[in-house]
Design a binder for this molecule. Structure first.
Ligand SMILES: Cc1cc2nc3c(=O)[nH]c(=O)nc-3n(C[C@H](O)[C@H](O)[C@H](O)COP(=O)(O)O)c2cc1C
Length: 161
């Protein structure tokens, strides 16, 4: 059996943009934690969003979100979208990326691949269920992650030349 382990580095090494909202009002941020698998017999994607993120507001209010993967050349852009908040500046305009409607949500023309996800489940990662060393390393400021699991309802690839 040929087991493809490349998927494990998809988020960790390549990063991605998590986007939620409608074309007229949305936000995006860089993520590098997440998962792809199966839940309730559906293809599923999991992401983790701290409550302090502006994107969290949209993840709460919207029923859909997208996860977009880009080529290596876009990594500097993802670096900025992962360090500035859409609360403070129009970082999406500044990024030069081109937003587009994608199903019930928003994605980017420049993405190599986009997962369109329907929100299925949300839960806070409760502190008393996390090992102490992880709590100390990641949550000393109390800014907890919420876990969002979405059904992958569509996968879109960039048009090939
Ligand atoms: C490589 C990278 C990975 C990140 N992964 C996550 C993540 O998985 N979850 C999260 O809550 N924040 C993550 N962040 C931080 C957010 O992208 C960052 O705080 C961003 O500025 C939030 O933007 P917003 O306030 O406009 O939502 C990551 C940042 C970088 C640079």
């Amino acid at each position: 059996m040929k087991f493809n382990t490349e998927i494990f580095s998809q988020y960790d090494k390549k990063w991605a943009l998590l986007t939620a909202g409608k074309p007229e009002d949305f936000n995006t941020m860089t993520i590098s934690w997440g998962g792809l698998g199966t839940l309730w017999n559906k293809p599923a994607a999991t992401v983790y969003v701290r409550k302090s993120r502006y994107t969290h507001v949209f993840m709460e209010s919207e029923d859909y979100f997208t996860i977009s993967f880009f080529s290596e050349t876009c990594k500097p852009i993802l670096g900025v979208l992962g360090s500035k908040s859409g609360r403070d500046i129009d970082k999406i305009h500044d990024s030069g990326l081109t937003p587009m409607a994608a199903g019930e949500s928003v994605a980017f023309i420049e993405a190599e691949a986009t997962l369109i996800c329907r929100k299925l489940f949300v839960q806070e990662l409760e502190m008393d269920r996390i090992p102490k060393d992880i709590r100390t390393a990641f949550y000393s400021d109390g800014d907890a992650h919420d876990m969002y699991i979405g059904e992958v309802v569509d996968v879109r690839f960039a048009a090939q030349d």
